[in-house]
Ligand binder design. Sequence first.
Ligand SMILES: CC(C)(COP(=O)(O)OP(=O)(O)OC[C@H]1O[C@@H](n2cnc3c(N)ncnc32)[C@H](O)[C@@H]1OP(=O)(O)O)[C@@H](O)C(=O)NCCC(=O)NCCS
Length: 182
Amino acid sequence: MRLASRPMEPIETARLTLEPWSEAHREPFRRMTLDPQVVRYVAHGEPWDEQLAEERFQAGITLNRERGYGRWALLERATGGWAGLVILQPVGPGTEGVDPEAVEVGWCVEPAVWGRGYATESACAVVAAGFGAHGLDRIWARIAPPNAASARVAVKLGMEKVSTTRNPFGMDADIYLLDRPA
Ligand SMILES: CC(C)(COP(=O)(O)OP(=O)(O)OC[C@H]1O[C@@H](n2cnc3c(N)ncnc32)[C@H](O)[C@@H]1OP(=O)(O)O)[C@@H](O)C(=O)NCCC(=O)NCCS
């Protein structure tokens, strides 16, 4: 297995610390995956069972170790509190028309702090790292068509909607793209 050359460092943004995914994030992540308003437009759209949550939790740990990017917890610097997570990861198999190796950005913010710009702020930082330190040429996003807040985040990042497909659970997914700035 190829390992990242050095352990990931936290990323600091104006109001957030993006902390590399670790055991400390298992419980707050699990709690979010049980919240119907959080998962409404994620995966199959229903609260996650233990197995799916654990698979995704572990995938974040493995990705970070192997690639030096993958998944970060969002911590509000003012309070130190958990504010959600941001992802930069291969799309993986099962999304029609998308190369499983294509790298996507994703976001999930604690409902108590929705609307403060945290998804956009954190995603901007990991997209910059993707195009910078990690040498990506293109970043994708998959967004359920009714998920207007998420679509707005993608547009604020400069992403463009290019097509609609289905995610591995059979749910409609709009595909957004962002190319590395010239
Ligand atoms: C999508 C999500 C991450 C957005 O987080 P956030 O921190 O509130 O996002 P931001 O504040 O950075 O931006 C949200 C934008 O959407 C807009 N918005 C919010 N609800 C909206 C709605 N129902 N219709 C249209 N726009 C909406 C906000 O006004 C804001 O845009 P603005 O800055 O132009 O005013 C958050 O709602 C969430 O975690 N949802 C559940 C998980 C999820 O669906 N993740 C995405 C999977 S693709």
